[in-house]
Design a protein around this ligand. Structure first.
Ligand SMILES: Nc1ncnc2c1ncn2[C@@H]1O[C@H](COP(=O)(O)OP(=O)(O)OP(=O)(O)O)[C@@H](O)[C@H]1O
Ligand SMILES: [Mg+2]
Length: 310
């Protein structure tokens, strides 16, 4: 089975194990005593102690020595990490360390960026995302994305959600599909009586949930969220976080966030990136969220999550 033929992907064994909905609260402490391990040890053996959130889960993305450049400028040093099914994985780190670059590389959103060059390999359910036979439209169908700034189309609420299904020829039972997506995004009750109204008339928080509904309307496998709550008030932010927990049993979610509490509250696994001496983004540490916040292995992680740096 290839990504290119448009058929279903075999998602691998152990895929149905992720049905827990957990809203964990990890307190951030300031007294962690890091030890020294190499980034490659940490990044390549995330479930080494057998008690990880990743244990027994299917691997959705397997990034192997992935580095990214824009023209002559290297943005991301080679990173190796696995992202697991039905978990929420947070990418954190200071501005410019390559979080968005990595996120957008997972579904080939960077392909049209002038000078973009990716080395190494990203496997998605074992398929090389950048393989020559891969259909990019199919990649984007499986791997949905929501951006920092809500970007509804200048169309009605209904047409925003129906747009992608229509494009893909999924025209049967469209009303039901639209309703399901809006319910999934916890927006239905607020908009069910105004589906033909312009989406741009919604509040910022509603617009962002609309964008999530638009992404889930074609039932992707993965949701990539790039700082989805950064422009929202605390109540809308919590609504997005609750939504992520509710969606987790059906989706694999990767979220970029600058909000440490948000990462601690929502993510099962957290990857901390930073800038090396040449200002190239590098993966410092990747582990269960609780470990990253409570017992980080690297002083740079500790300094960042405790607010001493960044
Ligand atoms: N389209 C682009 N063209 C050229 N360089 C880019 C492009 N996008 C990102 N970069 C560069 O790549 C590096 C990583 O950027 P990226 O946007 O991935 O960082 P980030 O971690 O998401 O930062 P932030 O937290 O500010 O969003 C930066 O040096 C940035 O200037
Ligand atoms: Mg970014």
């Amino acid at each position: 089975m290839t990504l290119g033929d448009g058929g279903p992907i075999t998602l691998g064994e152990g895929a149905s194990s992720g049905t827990e909905v957990v809203s964990r609260r990890v307190r951030i402490q300031t007294t962690a005593r890091p030890q020294t391990t190499t980034p490659s040890q940490r990044a390549t053996s995330p479930d080494r102690d057998g008690a990880s959130a990743a244990t027994g889960r299917a691997v959705v993305f397997d990034a192997r020595g992935v580095s990214v450049s824009y023209g002559a400028k290297r943005a991301l040093a080679p990173i190796t990490m696995k992202i697991y099914r039905n978990l929420i994985t947070a990418l954190i780190g200071p501005s410019g360390c390559g979080k968005t670059t990595l996120l957008r590389s997972l579904n080939r959103m960077n392909d049209s960026v002038p000078g973009f060059k990716l080395e190494g390999q990203i496997l998605y359910h074992g398929h090389d995302v950048y393989g020559s036979a891969v259909n990019r439209v199919e990649v984007r169908r499986r791997i949905g994305m929501v951006f920092q700034k809500p970007n509804p189309f200048p169309k009605s609420i209904y047409d925003n959600i129906a747009w992608a299904p229509r494009n893909l020829g999924l025209k049967q039972d469209l009303d039901e599909r639209v309703e399901r997506a809006l319910r999934d995004a916890a927006l239905w009750d607020e908009v069910k009586d105004r589906l033909r109204d312009p989406a741009l008339g919604l509040s910022g928080g509603q617009q962002q949930r609309l964008c999530i509904a638009r992404a889930v309307a074609i039932e992707p496998d993965v949701l990539l969220l790039d700082e989805p709550a950064s422009a929202l008030d605390p109540i809308s932010t919590l609504a997005i976080e609750e939504l992520m927990q509710a969606l987790k049993p059906r989706y694999t979610i990767v979220i970029v966030t600058h909000n440490m509490q948000q990462a601690a509250r929502t993510a099962d696994r957290t990857a901390f990136f930073s800038l090396d001496d040449n200002r190239v983004g590098t993966l410092i540490e990747y582990d269960d969220t609780e470990k990253i916040f409570m017992r980080p292995a690297d002083t740079r992680t500790r300094d960042y999550v405790t607010g001493r740096f960044g």
